[in-house]
Design a protein around this ligand. Structure first.
Ligand code: FMN
Ligand code: NAG
Ligand code: NAG
Ligand code: NAG
Ligand code: NAG
Ligand code: NAG
Length: 382
């Protein structure tokens, strides 16, 4: 009898020692139960039903330092939180009496055929999640027919990522404006030679990057080597360095979007860098609304991409309805990569399924039909 009680006490103690309680950071509660997970151990992929679950799984398995490096925003994280919250302020109009038996989800991005209007955005150092690093992002994107745009600050090289793709896969590549011009020239040449079809030129942290406190607590930030003197003249000089199409990434005002149109860029990428650079700036929803109000010619004159806080198929549909042609996912693929390619593929499947189902419920049979009639933004003032 005594030994039975001891055994029961012991096992309940052991149970308490391994069960994990994870701070869910105020993410929507969809009933994720982590009581069978072990801290520091990769949870089964079968437990994962949406992109928020993937973040919590990454939080369970990554070191505090690496989780913070992916998760962090700048300063008070007002913009990081606003990115997540803004979609709940937009109402979606779902129309009945429409035939949605044949769905078209494919679109073109800079003339390239892709199976979905969402893509994997550039994010540095995928190797902190899984040793395959960017290779799993490239192959998962390639197998799903979606666009992947690796970061110039990747774990793997420009050439290694290109090789990890599937046959015929379209990839673009991100670049920074380094103070060292030889470096820029060298990288642009290697990007072109490796078969990437366009450049996302990140213009929102030229010379000065955000103060990411959550991450600084683990590692003091290093000097990124970006050029602080980057202006319109340097932009013109940069365009001379490659024949690939250039898309300015990190446009946060309608004025800059209009400037890019006047400068003849084929596209702009509306982004606040996932709230990691200038805290307090508006979300993609608000910036798109501002462009529509002050410079609607931008939408007619060039392609517009957008990102920030997209975690649900409905979030992407909102940005598409407000005029984006394609929508980027930043953190989610990085978190999904804790399982390597299987995780990234599951993330793409779950997200596609949400988009597909929501399109049907909205009465949209072709993603290219999405326009402002599908959203009510009266709850947002710009
Ligand atoms: C860990 C991490 C690293 C990033 N690295 C880059 C980068 O190297 N270049 C860049 O242009 N944007 C970078 N971004 C910004 C993303 O491209 C994207 O704009 C942002 O993550 C979208 O917001 P989301 O994470 O809420 O989806 C990074 C974002 C994260 C989370
Ligand atoms: C893209 O798809 C269209 C229509 O299906 C086709 O005509 C075109 O050749 C394709 N382009 C490429 C580059 O595959
Ligand atoms: C500038 O970039 C070139 C090419 O990548 C490199 O060889 C050189 O060492 C860099 N110079 C400095 C000062 O970092
Ligand atoms: C770009 O290249 C053209 C042709 O070589 C040259 O005339 C022009 O001055 C260059 N512009 C800049 C800003 O370097
Ligand atoms: C890392 O990714 C590789 C390639 O997709 C995969 O085989 C491996 O299982 C992943 N590691 C873990 C711990 O899941
Ligand atoms: C939006 O698209 C619908 C369906 O394709 C169309 O009937 C409507 O006129 C469009 N509305 C606007 C505001 O462009």
């Amino acid at each position: 009898m005594l030994s039975f009680i001891l055994l029961a006490l012991l096992s309940s103690h052991l149970h308490r020692a391994t069960a994990v309680t994870i701070d869910m950071e105020g993410l929507p509660d969809t009933g994720l139960d982590t009581s069978s997970w072990t801290a520091g151990v990769l949870p089964p992929l079968e437990d994962i039903w949406d992109l928020n679950d993937m973040q919590i799984a990454a939080k369970n398995v990554l070191s505090g330092k690496f989780y913070a490096s992916y998760r962090t925003g700048a300063l008070n994280e007002f913009t990081y939180q606003a990115n997540l919250g803004i979609y709940s302020k937009v109402k979606i109009n779902g129309f009945g009496f429409r035939d949605v038996s044949n769905l078209r989800t494919s679109t073109t991005i800079l003339g390239h055929n892709l199976s979905w209007p969402f893509f994997i955005a550039p994010a540095a150092e995928a190797g902190h999640a899984n040793e395959s690093a960017e290779a799993s992002l490239a192959s998962a994107a390639g197998n799903a027919g979606i666009l992947y745009v690796p970061s110039i600050s990747s774990t793997l090289s420009i050439e290694e990522i290109a090789k990890a793709g599937v046959k015929g896969q379209v990839m673009f590549h991100q670049e920074y404006i380094w103070a060292n011009t030889s470096r820029v020239i060298d990288e642009l040449d290697r990007i072109k030679a490796s078969g990437y079809k366009a450049i996302f030129l990140t213009v929102d942290n030229t010379g000065i990057t955000g103060i990411r406190t959550r991450s600084l607590r683990f590692t003091v930030g290093s000097e990124p080597g970006h050029a602080a003197n980057f202006d319109l003249k340097s932009l013109a000089a940069f365009r001379n360095l490659t024949t690939l199409p250039i898309v300015p990434k990190g446009i946060k005002t309608w004025q800059d979007a209009l400037e890019c149109l006047h400068l003849g860029f084929p596209a702009v990428y509306i982004s606040n860098h996932g709230g990691r650079v200038l805290d307090g700036v508006p979300t993609a929803v608000e910036i798109l609304m501002d462009i529509r109000k002050h410079a609607p010619e931008v939408f007619a004159g060039m392609e517009v991409y957008a990102d920030g806080g997209v975690r649900r198929g409905t979030d992407a549909l909102i940005l598409l309805a407000l005029g984006a042609r394609a929508v980027g996912l930043g953190r989610s693929p990085m978190f999904a990569n804790i399982w390597g390619e299987a995780g990234v593929s599951r993330m793409i499947d779950l997200f596609s399924q949400e988009m597909k189902t929501s399109m049907q419920l909205m009465g949209v049979s072709d993603v290219r039909q999405l326009n402002t009639s599908y959203v009510n933004t009266n709850g947002i003032v710009v």
